[in-house]
Design a protein around this ligand. Structure first.
Ligand code: MN
Length: 206
């Protein structure tokens, strides 16, 4: 990449790792058209406008999130950057024909941290269901243990001393077209049929 392109670099909307109809019937093509094509794209487009002429203009996305977290002068940049990062992580947390048995490395940690795969899923589903208002539920690694955490709005474990492994978006825009107010049905269907445990296992130790 030449210097001119580097200096005018923009954060890009990453391609979805599957077709927009690939998560049906759990998540509809209609939802992905709006959620990825409108919401995620808008976070990226807004971020690119906000960072013009700032110290963040040439930073990679994860650096922008970390540099603006908790900085009251940069709330809008943080919100759009963190949402851009969280959404890419979310798309990779899902896959067609997901769910099922996690890879052995992850399964062992689920057993030692929660009792078993079912207990881990139950705790993650509870966090996703109980998050009040907009936010995210996360499976994270904290040293030798796995934990479940919730973050509100754009907040993200990327800025915390834990490693994110898998996330569920529980903003209403993630499920309202398909499930209306039934967040619990969305969460359980996602975990049973779309959870990308291989992606979660790849994130261990990173
Ligand atoms: Mn979302």
């Amino acid at each position: 990449m030449n210097a001119a392109i580097m200096s005018s670099h923009a954060i890009e909307l990453p391609p979805l790792p599957y077709e927009r109809n690939a998560l049906q019937p759990v998540v509809s093509e209609n939802t992905l058209n709006v959620h990825y094509g409108k919401h995620h794209k808008t976070y990226v487009d807004t971020l690119n406008k906000l960072v013009v002429g700032t110290e963040f203009a040439d930073m990679p996305l994860d650096k922008i999130v970390k540099a603006t977290a908790g900085e009251s002068d940069h709330t809008a940049i943080f919100n759009n950057a963190a949402q851009a990062w969280n959404h890419t992580f979310y798309w990779h947390s899902l896959k067609p024909n997901g769910g099922g048995e996690p890879p052995i490395s992850l399964k062992r940690l689920m057993e030692s941290s929660f009792g078993g795969v079912a207990d881990c899923k139950k705790e993650l589903a509870q966090a996703a269901t109980q998050q009040f208002g907009s936010g995210w539920a996360w499976l994270v690694q904290d040293g030798e243990k796995l934990k479940i955490i919730k973050t509100d709005n754009a907040n993200t474990p990327l800025t915390q001393r834990v490693k994110p492994l898998l996330t569920i978006d529980v903003w209403e825009h993630a499920y309202y077209l398909d499930y209306q107010n039934r967040r619990v049905d969305y969460v359980n269907a996602l975990l049973d049929k779309l959870a990308n445990w291989g992606f979660a296992a790849e994130n261990l130790g990173k």
